[in-house]
Design a protein. Structure first.
Length: 205
């Protein structure tokens, strides 16, 4: 299906041995030549205006390092029934304290300035899960600005098996989220731990 696009230089196909999700993303980011980076996993869908709208947002908000948008969810066997989850979204200084409570940023929703990776590093290839939460927290704690766009620009597919939304995977997700908070705990001083109620949320996980 893609071969004509590859031959015509419309897309670049990169082969590597399986290095996991973070390894695939990092390879793509390192090979990218553009000013902005967006992530599209195999299960999910961009709406037609997503890239245009997010580029326009970042061009008009130079203070933002990352923009992220609202999303629809849909079950794989009911693709035309679109769901809006009742997440609350945050921008700027509100991002870090609320990420500590729980992850509300999906990789599909995000567009980065490419220099985010030179400033804050890449996705952690040693993490099989929660690598996105670790990355958002690393950026927010490091002083990067993450900004929410109140518009739906993508659709996340919910499968019964095979992705992180399914019930069976949740204990492992909670465990790796705890690892992320433990890592943050090691970076913070006692005043910051108290300010962000870090011990409480570690106990929750």
């Amino acid at each position: 299906v893609l071969m004509d696009y590859i031959r015509g230089d419309k897309i670049k196909y990169i082969f590597q041995k399986n290095k996991g999700l973070s390894g695939a993303r990092n390879t793509g980011v390192r090979r990218a030549i553009g000013k902005y980076i967006a992530l599209l996993d195999a299960d999910d869908l961009f709406l037609p205006e997503k890239i245009k709208k997010q580029v326009e947002y970042l061009e008009s908000h130079p203070e933002c390092d990352i923009s992220y948008c609202d999303l629809y969810h849909f079950y794989e066997n009911r693709p035309f029934r679109l769901l809006r989850l009742r997440y609350k979204y945050y921008s700027g200084d509100e991002v870090l304290p609320n990420l500590i409570k729980g992850n509300f940023i999906a990789p599909l929703a995000v567009m980065f300035r490419k220099n985010v990776f030179s400033r804050f590093g890449y996705f952690n290839e040693n993490m099989g899960r929660s690598e996105d939460l670790e990355f958002w927290i690393r950026i927010a704690y490091g002083g990067g600005k993450i900004c929410f766009m109140p518009i739906v620009l993508g659709k996340i597919r919910i499968r019964k098996e095979g992705n992180l939304q399914n019930f069976k995977s949740q204990p492992e997700v909670k465990s790796t989220n705890l690892e992320v908070l433990n890592y943050l705990n090691d970076k913070m001083d006692n005043t910051q731990r108290e300010e962000y109620r870090l011990n409480y949320y570690r106990a929750v996980y």
